[in-house]
Design a protein around this ligand. Structure first.
Ligand code: SF4
Length: 340
């Protein structure tokens, strides 16, 4: 296992398989136009698998497929099966917006995918139309139902909570999770990547969420057994149901962050907020051996000092991280490119 300058291990890798998405969520892709990664730069399944194999040789045990929307990548079950055969992976998961999940859940499960997280920001179709510019709320619900039929367990639902948009649905979402045997994770609205409309006033803090849920349910207790590197803090309701909160804006967890991100074009980012990444595609395509790739990855990780969200806490008059012009100049700055 290798560790960075703050003694954090390289434990988890988020692999973005495409920068494309079929939603336009206001906290991630609110603009009308985007600059996409060039097609020829997108890693093949063989290239992704080779890189993931090198990462696992250095201690990565958790791999999560992301996008954009990962199910827009043609034939994703084939990649899933290739990754599932890598012996070092202890947890192979995917985060999806759920629109195409009903069609693919079974083949993904057969291919070896172990866990699925579905983004579900609202239970109200008309609200989703406003929030994500789509009429396909029912497809997301069908996708969630399909994960059960396909045999997935430990389903998670991610909800980005925005004041004045969906902060009145916390109880409804907890109840939806309970009814569907899924755990909801409320995520504080972040100022990262394409969140060009972000303002501090729209952030609903972990404290506020807990107050709201306590008023409804009564005493809420923190769940003690927590993976120190897990982004969500988990809580238990008086009747035993659990939910999580990712307090990435008001109480960031950079000190225990073991995550890095590989974009669809092979750029490796050490932090969601990092200005620049390391190009792994070029050495991969110009003949680097696995040993050379491992050396590049391990020396880069060993120099890591990133604590992006913690550093943002100290910024006065905090607004969106990037203006639109900066995002257009380098699409790697977008959250949908670096895998959320
Ligand atoms: S801001 Fe960066 S260092 Fe902090 S938790 Fe997120 S990815 Fe990790």
């Amino acid at each position: 296992m290798i560790v960075d300058r703050l003694r954090r291990p390289l434990g988890s890798l988020r692999v973005s398989v495409t920068d494309r998405c079929n939603l336009r969520c206001r906290y991630c892709m609110p603009e009308q136009e985007y600059t996409w990664l060039p097609k020829q730069s997108i890693l093949t399944f063989e290239e992704i698998t080779r890189l993931v194999r090198v990462f696992t040789s250095l201690g990565v045990e958790k791999v999560r497929l992301t996008g954009g929307e990962p199910l827009l990548r043609h034939d994703l079950p084939t990649l899933t099966a290739m990754l599932a055969r890598i012996p070092g992976i202890r947890d192979l998961a995917m985060t999806t917006n759920g629109l195409l999940l009903a069609k693919h859940a079974e083949s993904l499960r057969t291919a070896g995918l172990e866990r699925v997280t579905v983004s579900l920001d609202t239970l109200r179709p008309e609200r989703m139309r406003h929030l994500a510019r789509t009429d396909r709320h029912a497809d997301v619900l069908a996708g969630i139902a399909a994960t059960r039929r396909a045999g997935f367990t430990r389903l998670k639902l991610n909800t980005v909570v925005i004041r004045g948009v969906n902060d009145d649905e916390l109880v409804d979402l907890v109840e939806f999770g309970r009814a569907h045997d899924a755990e909801v994770r409320f995520i504080e609205y972040m100022d990262v990547g394409g969140a060009t409309g972000w303002t501090a006033e729209q952030v609903v803090s972990q404290r506020e969420m807990l107050d709201t849920l306590t008023r409804h349910y009564g005493t809420i207790t923190a769940v003690a057994e927590r993976d120190p590197a897990a982004p969500a803090e988990r809580f238990r309701l008086p009747d035993g149901a659990t939910f999580g909160i990712v307090a990435s804006t008001t109480a960031p967890f950079c000190r225990s962050c073991d995550r890095s991100r590989l974009t669809a074009d092979g750029t490796w980012f050490l932090c969601l907020y990092a200005q620049r990444g390391t190009d792994l595609r070029e050495p991969l395509r110009t003949g680097a051996t696995d040993t050379q790739l491992a050396e590049l990855i391990s020396s880069t990780w060993q120099g890591r000092t990133d604590r992006g969200a913690e550093e943002r806490l100290g910024v006065s008059g905090r607004g969106a991280l990037y203006p639109v012009t900066a995002l257009r100049a380098d699409p790697h700055r977008e959250m949908h490119t670096r895998g959320g």
